[in-house]
Design a protein around this ligand. Structure first.
Ligand code: ASP
Ligand code: MG
Length: 463
């Protein structure tokens, strides 16, 4: 069995669902269990409906519910055969009537609790999974709908519920393999239920988490996360278009990249899969022939020291200097107390006897923080700075990486550098105006030669 998860954009329209159908069909022999998000922006729209109800705008929320119904009906009708239209209409009616009653009730009460937010936002995945099941049948596949709320059991922390793993795994193992024997199983992501049957959700973007939980629970061969990018690349595509595809990456490296802004996948969501040693693949539903990126739990040997260059933009650099602090203790504590008081996390730090340089990415309290620090030190702040981060488990085993970095960045002012805090990255700070030049130079230095076992050369750009 494999788990195939399709996000909101992958099921946003009849055409998109058809594409998904083709992808699942061609992997039919691997006994897929399909996890889908709500169609397009449905979750946001449901939350907007709840907000409108709180403002008491009856005509407004009724109109929004009607729009959402029309959208689902219009797209679904194109992928559901004529003889199933009546059933489709009936189910849509039922769901939207229920939703309308619920929203009306909330409008009367004038109070939106986390529990009712979950009840409302659950309709997106309930509908999408039902529609996709009918569509798959229409495309000629045997398909079974499984309500995720029957098998994914959580605590009652509504809007951010945590799974009861043992019970969830027990239910998944007892239910899914039997269904998957002869049919494609289709489940909604994101939604679950508490012990008493009340609907819960796993938090925004929770469908990846559902996929990992399902994969872990049924001991899947692999978990495929279908998105709209080719996988993880050697450089952030918004900065450099010539990045090469990383074929295999370790979980630790993927987590590091995600922290530095790679939007592909939130690594915490795939922990259940990694714990059970199940590989997670990132694939592109618009280019299904591209083999994507495989995330594995173990170290990935590579001839290249670096796996990818990530960036974190719009950070501020603070240089804090105090000669009074020469040979005195407590300087660092006083500095960090200020950041603590203003609830501002510090990312990178470099220290000498009387100076400290550090970066923050939440600039809201920057001026207030600087003012506090000036009571005992000289401070200069610079915004429009960027952290450029080389990620790779081999960095620590490869001599000469720092020399190559400095060589490549000759002529660019490196404002700060740090290696060692995390064993798998080397980070430096440059000004935003130097970012593009820095990434181009580093990319050329570290990715001109590629270990073919780990990278797929981007032929389009580097012919
Ligand atoms: N539909 C949910 C959301 O938009 C879950 C997901 O898409 O992963 O957050
Ligand atoms: Mg999503």
């Amino acid at each position: 069995m494999i788990v195939m998860k399709f996000g909101g954009t992958s099921v946003e329209s009849a055409a998109a669902i058809e594409r998904v159908g083709g992808i699942v069909q061609s992997r039919r022999t691997r006994r897929p269990v399909v996890v889908v998000s709500a169609m397009g922006k449905t979750t946001n729209k449901l939350l907007a409906i709840a907000e409108a109800a709180m403002k008491g705008g009856r005509a407004e929320y009724i109109r929004q519910i009607q729009d959402l119904r029309d959208f689902h009906s219009r797209e679904a009708r194109q992928v559901v055969p004529l003889d199933h239209r009546a059933e489709l209409d009936r189910t849509l009616d039922e769901h939207f009537q229920e939703l309308t009653e619920l929203v009306k009730g909330l409008a009367v009460l004038g109070e939106l609790t986390p529990r009712s937010i979950d009840a409302i936002s659950s309709y997106g995945e309930r509908l999408s999974s039902y529609i996709v099941t009918l569509a798959f049948r229409h495309f000629g596949m045997a398909a079974e709908h499984l309500d995720s709320r029957r098998v994914i059991l959580t605590d009652k922390r509504h809007t951010q519920a945590a799974p009861n793993f043992p019970e969830t795994y027990r239910r998944l193992a007892a239910t899914v393999p039997g269904l998957a024997r002869d049919s494609v199983v289709v489940m909604g992501g994101f939604i679950a239920s508490a012990e008493d049957g009340v609907t819960t959700t796993l938090g925004r973007g929770g469908s990846d988490f559902t996929a990992a939980i399902v994969g872990a629970g049924i001991g899947a061969e692999e978990i495929q996360i279908w998105t709209d990018v080719d996988g993880m690349l050697t450089a952030d595509p918004t900065i450099l278009s010539g990045g090469h595809r990383v074929k295999t990456i370790s979980f630790a490296e993927a987590a590091e990249l995600a922290y530095f802004g790679a939007k592909v996948l939130h690594p915490a969501t795939v922990v259940p899969a990694i714990e059970k040693n199940i590989p997670v693949l990132i694939l592109n539903s618009r280019r299904p022939e591209v083999p994507g990126t495989r995330i594995v739990s173990e170290h990935v040997p590579s001839g290249n020291a670096v796996k990818s260059i990530a960036c974190k933009r719009k950070i501020a650099l603070l240089n804090i200097h105090s000669t009074r602090m020469l040979m005195a203790h407590g300087f660092l504590r006083r500095i960090f107390e200020v950041f603590d008081r203003f609830e501002t996390p510090v990312d990178m730090v470099a220290t000498s006897e009387v100076s400290v340089s550090l970066t923050i990415d939440n600039l809201q309290r920057l001026d207030a923080i600087a003012a506090e620090l000036r009571q005992f030190a000289e401070v200069d702040t610079e915004t429009d700075q960027v952290i450029v981060c080389l990620v790779g488990e081999n960095i620590r085993y490869t001599p000469g990486v720092a020399r190559r970095v400095f060589g490549a960045l000759d002529g660019i002012n490196i404002r700060m550098i740090s290696q060692g805090a995390s064993l798998l990255n080397l980070s430096l700070v440059v000004a935003e105006k130097d970012l593009h030049r820095a990434v181009v130079a580093l990319h050329e230095e570290f990715f001109t030669e590629l270990d073919p076992a780990v990278f797929e050369r981007n032929e389009a750009v580097h012919a």
